[in-house]
Unconditional design. Structure first.
Lengths: 418, 191, 999, 91
């Protein structure tokens, strides 16, 4: 792998950038691999990378039905944080956040992780108390969180509505300073390049159409490019988890729902934190290119359509101008949607399955981007050792039958509400 | 026994209905409306209007609001007894206080309504006598057309009434809509 | 004064009687009514309008309408300031103020252009390869990078203008008011269908407004005017102009943004923009086509313009976009442009055609006009510092590579035509899949998925006659599909145009002119985002091969124009780099909006004050009058407390709570959900939805009930009263009320349709108020008639009806606060009057209203659970309510309770907590720790100051809490910097025996 | 997306509240149901790519639960029907 740096950039400038090598190879699939990962999103690629890096397993193929990062990795609003309510989540996401902090250098690919802070506005007492419980828990386990007064919020995010007529007066805010945003595509590409450099085969335009199970053991996958045998198979296909797991006869506690997102036209720096509105479903951050990326709540019904609709976009826009009245003339440039793998308790599944040699990383809901390095790391561990790491032990499938669900929102088995 | 207590509208503290007028538009509260919720018809369904239709006259109208549910809307004092034999239903509940009735009329009325209502209010599609329960600016309303030309009546849950009134008044601003009778305006304070 | 050096004396669709004054970059200019900012600037000789995104290169007007990539300006001032506004679509009005953006100190001299010096260091994706050292320094690099990026600025004050939405319905929606759209509307309208014709322009006519074409009977624009009159006369037809269909959504719903008052001040109450939701049964897409560019050296200099745009400026605005022009084309359409420009006074010196054998008709027309035709040649590069001064022309070989030494032709206007892309955006949004047509080297609409059809230039039709015929056919087909009988539309048939044999010769699909060793100059594909052909080649070389990868790596087509003039050209470059054809490359996905839409417009009236409607109780106004501080609680506004002069909130809450414990208080509980259940099976239903028994409940008695979700977790709690043998009155918590109502209805109609009962939501009908405290009975007795409120007649958990002031009320002896208390429900219209009665009657007992904070204090003291504890993760047993579970019989959630996780002794259970020093307040939201590890054992869910004990208390959930009574732990709040030793105990702080309740 | 409420006619989906998979059958006596059967009912879903039978509640309308057959890939709705044996069937 040719290392990226300012020097290699200078060197290549001399030759008009004609000599940059491919970031990753595009090999034909081999007939068999030790591990096949289904899904070339951030999670699948990170898993392959850590299998190679942490466990020395390099006979790995990542199979992607389309183009790398074309799933939710390529369409998410890029919040990276560990400000969860429940301890098991806090610990896992904090682990992931630590990996993020060294990721660009680890991958030798600038993923532009910008720790500008994720801020949630506080408006009402019960909501404030919930934020306090959350932040205090994070602090106890060693993560970072602070609570800002109204005046501090105003200094940090002056564009919020602090007028006396504000629809939702702001009383303070909850901030995780180390949280932030990253460049989503770069995460897929960076992991792909680093995994490839360690010998992983990355195979695009290769859709898995079946999982071959013999005597309770997964032995390989049928694909649009033929059968590929594998000793172990990891599924990391986000919104398509039910579908792919179904190929091995599994039914999962997952529904697929749409989450929409949109970007405004680019403007000069305007918002210095990643902002979440505490009294409704709205959040936004500004990319380095200048657009405000915005999102809201799930559409709320099963769907694989991966496209937006007007009522939700309008609702998000309404929240946006309610929270920041000066952006009314800013224009939306594009809106789209992703297919969310919503679990019955809103918490992911990173686990072995009842089929030997078959592992699942899914159920990421709308929060799996931040998990990318962390889940890749523990999923690789789980596959390599055939048992979960203590961090993902709680995220097993059996938690549903045994009543150990991890229900952040406390809404029960109604995926649309998580 | 006539009540010694004053009944209060969610829109105006006085005894009079709140009214606003604009170009080709009258927006008015219609207090003293009796609303009876009826469910579970004991008579033949053919005798009752199906969902989306109504029967009766402008003094007393039966609105089909659900597959087995009706609202009887009648004018009169809030304690007047409705002229419908409520034995014909398994459930007959006085819901007069649950709803606030507004009337919106005049040539500009459809344009104002179309700002918040997705229904096709074209006279072909929604002729006099038609009714519907629908979302209006995120509130649930019962909307119907009395016989009178270019008039629409609607019921909204009492707790939402002021929000809806303020919404409609703003939507009607372009028709220069203004309150006609002096009536105490409501302060809205949220903290 | 009103000198516009590049404006012709006559011609154009501008009103010379109405001069318009405007300011650009601090200078005053004049234009005419009917101008766009772009045309007015060109008329005034302003050529540099903006700076590009990455290299900050000077840019001028490139297009004529929505496709404009370059001429983006900051429009307006203060709260009306709008970044990134396309000068080509801004209609000027008196007083308009605009300025260039993304430049400092000025657009002519921009320091940011220094990036151009390092541009070799900044190929596509350079930022992925550097800025990684020193570790964690990205945030520092990021700051200047962000400052250079972005474009315009967001306003710094709220927008004073209004926005709104409007719903509309029609049988046939026609998008696009060019000749095809007009013909479609005529044809569909004649059938009697309800038609809506929508066009983004200020007037109908589409391309005809800029081409000045002729029909056999006369100017095509006369036909347009006649058609407009006829359309307007149709009763069922609505024409929306200045209205862009920005999105095509499921079930044939079009999102349209109408610029009501962007070109003038809004009338009072009028919105600035209006978003229409048009529900159409059939849609005709007559959205025309966008001309595209060709990549050659320095093809971004101001003065380089689309041929159709230059033609439009000349014809529509009587503006000469330059003095001397050279045309560069790969197709027929630039010929007409050349002739029109020449006619309008621009000296067109040459037309360079990539094709070796252009059509002879066209060649002879050029010759007649004295324009040199240079076939089989290409523009290799433009020259000039900040503007075009000349163009270098070379002959090209088969592959399009320039041969020999180029010839320079001086010019200040270089018009390009790389052919046309049908505007398939809406078709693709409607899930159609565009298909590549090599004949026109463009993507055409594929098979429609929704009820839509394309017509005219949007379907690759080239000539005016073909567009009209196509539009008419599409309009007729749409009306027929909507069920209407077709009738002839005479105007359509009258629109005859003699075929002059042009537009038939195919284009030569070359979009990249690269001289041997030509690395000195940049060849732009995407002007807005500064994407060059080399960037695309680099992406492909580095393995970013999918069109989506190239897009994301280079940012091709990701600007505000979404690649309208550049995408197909870029795809062609990808195909070339991969050695395949464009069809295999495909397109990136088309997404709404077609043009960017303001957030304010999308928000409509919902932005701000009306965001989520508020609900008010019947006593709302009374509360305000009594000095209540109102709190938002879900949709409701509720009194937090009633402030007396000089009181702090804490003081008021204490006073109110003490008042209840020692005397009597009155609180508004109208927000509770209220359901009535009727029917022989109502009691069976209750048995199935609550964890406790109901069959045994006698008439006129209430009972507290707990409902679970099917997963065994507490869903809601409240009281239900048997007010008749088969008639129950249920209350739910405020927050869950709508959910409970829906879920009970689900149980009834989906799970157990066999049960004979009816559920009616009566929440709105009843105002609710609780009179609580030791004196409450005495007060109630004074006002209530026809009800014996003595403890014998109306015991704890008893129910009765009576009248107050002649109004019948429902009285429940229920207590949330833990004191003697009555919930009184009255018809909402009488709520205030009855409340006032109670206040009057209570005056001598010192009655005071209390708000939700005092209510909360009281229930914490009593150990009753509410929101903080009911967090959606607790079981009844966690709350100490396990004994309520009936011994037998199914109910929702029961089956889940046997799971080990729900019986784990380490579960968090409800406890009461007191500060060890009986003095220090317990920090809200604290975690409970033992001080020995970095784990927490539980958390504080509610805090209060106990009016009875006169010390701070708290409720919490604690792992294995019930077996830890007496233990000492810490309530730690690092956020507040507080760490308080607390003693675990029972959650009931007062009256554990319930004496007060039964008093 | 328009949902054809069998009672009220075509209405935008924003008037409705989603109710999930309509093929689930609550065990008639949950106490007798095996753990797997209960797990199945409570948590496991087919989550099909394609035709889905699902419940919707017409919240800003007739306030009835209805069953809708909808394609989750295209959002095309094949039909909708009322729930509740008794509702509206009486004469
Ligand atoms: C709008 C939106 C906003 C979001 N915001 C955030 C956020 O702010 N923060 C956050 O942390 N998370 C966020 N998320 C969630 C996050 O994007 C995802 O959880 C995460 O990216 C999932 O990564 P993945 O690699 O598991 O899935 P994906 O990136 O979706 O990758 C799965 C891949 O599997 C492929 N695949 C599917 N089926 C097959 C098959 N049969 N054969 C081969 N390949 C197949 C797909 O093509 C896809 O490329 C958001 C998601 C969306 C849609
Ligand atoms: N080769 C070609 O394709 C070509 C080239 C040049 C000129 N022409 C000429 O152009 C004309 C084509 O006629 P036509 O009617 O098909 O197209 P047109 O370009 O005349 O009209 C399209 C109209 O649709 C409007 N529009 C586009 N998208 C819209 C949207 N999303 N919302 C609202 N309005 C939208 C445009 O503003 C325009 O007024 C003919 O006169 C033809 O000769 C064709
Ligand atoms: C963080 C982020 C920023 C984006 N910025 C832009 C942008 O500047 N311009 C643009 O056209 N699209 C932008 N997009 C949207 C993408 O173009 C695209 O719509 C999205 O990745 C979904 O892919 P699809 O539309 O091809 O399905 C952005 C997306 C994300 C996730
Ligand atoms: Zn309905």
């Amino acid at each position: 792998m040719q290392r990226y740096s300012i020097f290699s950039l200078l060197r290549n400038a001399v030759s008009y950038h004609r000599n940059w090598p491919e970031a990753w190879r595009s090999p034909d699939p081999k007939p068999s691999y030790q591990v096949v990962i289904i899904g070339g999103g951030g999670h699948g690629l990170a898993t392959a990378y850590y299998l190679a890096k942490e466990h020395g397993i390099t006979d790995v193929a990542v199979l992607e039905k389309g183009w790398l990062g074309g799933g939710n990795t390529g369409r998410n609003t890029t919040n990276v944080r560990s400000n969860y309510i429940l301890e098991k989540n806090q610990r896992f996401y904090e682990f992931s956040l630590k990996l993020w902090e060294g990721l660009s250098r680890d991958l030798n690919f600038n993923v532009m992780f910008s720790q500008r802070g994720v801020l949630i506005t506080a408006h009402f007492d019960p909501q404030t108390q919930a934020l306090l419980r959350r932040g205090n828990g994070m602090r106890v386990i060693g993560s970072d969180a602070v609570f800002l007064t109204r005046e501090e919020v105003q200094r940090k995010v002056p564009v919020l509505d602090f007028s006396p007529t504000a629809r939702f007066p702001i009383t303070g805010a909850f901030l995780q300073p180390r949280a932030g945003v990253a460049r989503h595509d770069a995460v897929a590409w960076g992991f792909a390049r680093a995994a490839d450099a360690r010998g992983v085969d990355i195979i695009q335009n290769c859709e898995v159409t079946g999982i071959r199970v013999e005597r309770g053991r997964a032995v390989g996958v049928e694909t649009t490019r033929g059968f590929i045998a594998a000793k172990k198979i990891g599924i990391a296909v986000a919104g398509h988890t039910s579908h792919v797991a179904g190929m091995a006869g599994l039914r999962l506690p997952i529904e697929s729902h749409l989450l929409q997102a949109m970007v405004t036209e680019p403007i000069k720096p305007f918002l210095q934190v990643s902002l979440s509105f505490g009294a409704g479903h709205f959040y936004t951050s500004q990319t380095d290119k200048g657009e405000l990326v915005m999102g809201g709540d799930l559409d709320g019904y099963n769907s694989y359509a991966q496209r937006g609709n007007l009522p939700m976009i309008e609702h998000v826009a309404a929240a946006a101008v309610t929270v920041m009245p000066s952006i009314a003339r800013l224009r939306i440039m594009r809106h789209w949607a992703g297919i969310m793998d919503m679990t019955m308790d809103g918490t992911p599944i990173i686990a072995k399955t009842p089929v030997d040699g078959l592992y699942i990383d899914g159920g990421w809901c709308y929060g799996g981007f931040k998990a990318t390095p962390g889940s890749g790391w523990v999923f690789a561990y789980t596959i390599a050792r055939d048992r979960p790491h203590e961090l993902n032990e709680p995220f097993g499938l059996e938690r549903f039958a045994r009543g150990y669900t991890i229900d952040e929102r406390g809404v029960g088995p109604y995926p649309a509400l998580h | 026994m006539p009540s010694q207590l004053m009944i209060r509208s969610p829109l105006s503290s006085g005894p009079r209905d709140r009214i606003a007028e604009g170009r080709g538009l009258v927006l008015r509260e219609r207090g003293r409306t009796v609303v009876l919720y009826l469910e579970g018809a004991r008579c033949a369904l053919e005798e009752l209007p199906p969902v989306g239709q109504s029967a009766g006259n402008d003094r007393e109208r039966l609105l089909g609001i659900g597959p087995d549910a009706w609202l009887l809307v009648a004018e009169g004092g809030a304690t007047a007894s409705p002229g419908l034999n409520s034995d014909r239903f398994e459930v007959a509940l006085d819901q007069s206080h649950a709803w606030t009735r507004l009337g919106i009329s005049g040539p500009s009325a459809p344009a104002v309504l179309a700002k918040g209502c997705v229904l096709d209010l074209d006279s072909q599609q929604f002729p006099p006598g038609a009714c519907a329960v629908t979302g209006f600016a995120r509130m649930r309303v019962v909307l119907w057309r009395p016989a009178e030309h270019l008039r629409y009546d609607l019921l909204v849950g009492r707790s939402y009434a002021l929000s809806l009134w303020e919404w409609l008044s703003e939507a009607a601003l372009e028709f220069r809509c203004e309150e006609v009778k002096p009536c105490r305006h409501f302060l809205q304070r949220t903290n | 004064m009103n000198e516009q050096p590049f404006r012709n004396e006559t011609g154009g669709l501008i009103d010379r009687a109405r001069p318009v004054r405007f300011v650009f970059n601090g200078r005053r200019y004049w234009g005419w009514d009917g101008d766009t900012l772009a045309s007015a600037l060109l008329a005034n000789g302003v050529r540099i309008v903006g700076r590009s995104f990455k290299y900050h290169r000077p840019r001028g007007v490139f297009g004529l309408g929505a496709e404009e990539p370059n001429a983006l300006v900051q429009l307006g001032l203060g709260g009306r300031s709008e970044p990134n506004s396309r000068a080509t679509q801004i209609e000027i009005f008196d007083g308009l103020v605009a300025e260039s953006q993304n430049c400092w100190p000025s657009v002519r001299f921009d320091l940011g252009a220094a990036t151009g010096l390092f541009s070799r260091l900044l190929p596509a994706g350079f930022y992925y390869k550097t800025f990684m050292w020193p570790p964690r320094w990205w945030m520092r690099y990021e700051r200047p990078i962000r400052a250079m990026a972005g474009m315009g600025r967001c306003a710094d004050a709220p927008d004073p203008e209004r926005y709104e939405h409007r719903h509309a319905h029609c049988d046939v929606a026609v998008v696009g008011g060019g000749p095809a759209g007009i013909a479609a509307a005529l044809a569909a309208g004649a059938s009697g269908a309800r038609v809506c014709l929508v066009d983004e322009g200020a007037r109908l006519g589409g391309m005809l407004l800029s081409t000045g074409e002729q029909m056999d009977e006369g100017p095509a624009l006369d036909w347009v005017a006649e058609a407009e009159t006829e359309l307007q006369a149709l009763p069922n037809l609505r024409i929306l102009t200045r209205a862009t269909v920005f999105g095509y959504y499921d079930d044939n719903q079009l999102g349209i943004v109408e610029r009501v008052a962007d070109h003038r001040a809004p009338a009072p109450g009028e919105p600035r923009q209006r978003v229409w939701h048009l529900h159409a049964r059939q849609v005709v897409l007559a959205t025309g086509a966008h001309e595209r560019s060709i990549a050659f050296g320095d093809n971004d200099l101001p003065g380089v313009m689309l041929a159709s745009a230059a033609r439009g400026y000349a014809n529509r605005y009587a503006v000469r976009p330059g003095r001397a022009a050279v045309m560069f084309t790969n197709n027929d359409t630039a010929y007409g442009a050349a002739l029109d420009l020449q006619r309008s006074g621009v000296a067109v010196t040459a037309l360079v055609d990539l094709r070796a054998e252009p059509p002879t008709v066209l060649a002879s027309r050029l010759a007649a006009a004295g324009i040199e035709l240079i076939p089989g040649s290409a523009a290799v590069h433009a020259t000039g510092g900040r503007e075009v001064r000349a163009v270098a022309i070379s002959r090209i070989d088969e592959a399009g590579v320039p041969l020999g030494i180029p010839r320079e032709i001086p010019c200040d206007l270089l018009c390009i035509s790389g052919g046309w892309n049908p505007a398939v955006h809406l078709h693709a949004q409607a899930r159609g899949k565009p298909v590549y047509d090599p004949a026109i080297a463009a993507f055409l609409p594929g098979n429609p998925v929704q009820a839509e059809r394309s017509a005219g230039a949007a379907r690759g039709r080239a000539s005016l006659g073909a567009c009209i015929a196509d539009g008419a056919a599409a309009g007729a087909a749409a009306a027929a599909a909507a069920g209407f009988q077709l009738k002839p539309a005479p105007l359509v048939t009258r629109a005859a145009i003699a075929d002059d044999g042009t537009g038939q010769t195919p284009l030569r699909a070359i979009w990249r002119i690269v001289p041997a060793g030509g690395r000195k100059r940049k060849r732009f594909v995407d002007l807005q985002n500064d994407v060059t052909d080399e960037d695309i080649a680099l992406a492909v070389r580095e393995g970013y091969r999918s069109v989506e990868h190239v897009k994301r790596y280079t940012t091709l087509g990701m600007g505000t124009d979404q690649g309208k003039t550049s995408n197909t050209v870029g795809f062609a470059h990808i195909a070339a780099a991969l050695g395949g054809d464009i069809a295999a490359v495909g397109t990136t996905s088309f997404r709404p909006p077609y043009v960017p839409v303001a957030l304010g417009a999308l928000a409509g009236m919902e932005g701000g004050k009306h965001f989520l409607p508020n609900r008010r109780t019947a006593m709302h106004e009374w509360h305000l009058g009594a000095g209540a501080l109102m709190l938002q609680s879900g949709p409701w506004l509720r009194p937090q407390c009633y402030l007396r002069p000089g009181e702090s909130i804490d003081e008021a809450v204490r006073r109110e709570a003490i008042g209840v414990r020692n005397g009597v208080g009155l609180v508004d509980v109208s927000t509770l959900g209220k359901l009535e259940l009727f029917g022989p099976d109502a009691v069976e239903f209750l048995e199935r939805v609550y964890i406790n028994r109901w069959r045994s409940l006698r008439v006129d008695r209430c009972r507290y009930g707990v409902m679970l979700r099917e997963d065994g977790i507490v869903f809601d709690d409240g009281t239900t009263t048997r007010i008749g043998n088969t008639h129950f009155f249920m209350t739910t918590t405020t927050g869950q009320a709508p959910l409970v109502a829906r879920r009970l209805d689900y149980c009834r109609s989906v799970l157990w349709p066999e049960l004979d009962l009816r559920i009616v939501n009566v929440t709105e009908q009843w105002a609710g108020m609780t009179i609580a405290g030791p004196d409450s009975r005495r007060v109630l007795a004074r006002v209530v008639e026809k009800l014996d409120v003595s403890s014998e007649a109306l015991p704890y958990m008893g129910y009765g009806t009576g009248t107050i002031g002649g109004i019948s009320v429902r009285v429940f002896r229920i207590s949330f606060s833990g004191d003697l208390a009555y919930e009184i429900y009255a018809p909402a219209g009488f709520g205030t009057a009855i409340w006032e009665r109670l206040m009057q009657a209570g005056a001598e007992f010192g009655i005071a209203p209390y708000g939700i904070d005092a209510l909360n204090t009281l229930r914490v003291e009593k150990g009753h659970v509410a929101g903080g504890e009911l967090d959606g993760r607790v079981t009844a047993d966690d709350l100490g309510l396990g004994r309520m579970i009936k011994p037998d019989g199914d109910f929702i959630g029961r089956r889940s309770l046997s799971r080990p996780g729900l019986r784990d002794p380490a579960r968090w259970q409800l406890v009461g907590l007191m500060p060890e020093d009986r003095n220090t307040p317990v920090p809200p939201g604290a975690k409970l720790v033992d001080g020995k590890s970095d784990r927490y054992l539980g958390e504080i869910t509610s805090t209060a100051w106990s009016p009875v004990l006169r010390l701070p208390i708290a409720l919490g959930l604690l792992s294995g809490g019930r077996s830890r009574h007496g233990e000492r732990l810490y309530a730690t709040s690092p956020l507040a910097g507080r760490h308080v030793p607390v003693i675990v105990g029972s959650s009931t702080f007062v009256d554990p025996e319930g004496k007060r309740l039964h008093a | 997306m328009l949902i054809p409420c069998p009672h009220c006619g075509q209405r935008p989906h924003s008037e409705f509240t989603y109710g999930g998979d309509a093929t689930l059958r609550r065990p008639s006596d949950p106490a007798l149901a095996a753990d797997e059967e209960w797990l199945d009912y409570l948590y496991l879903r087919d989550n099909p790519r394609g035709l889905h039978r699902e419940f919707w509640h017409h919240t800003l309308g007739c306030e009835r639960w209805i069953e809708v057959r909808r394609d989750t890939l295209t959002h095309r709705i094949e039909g909708a029907s009322a729930t509740g044996a008794r509702r509206g069937t009486r004469t």
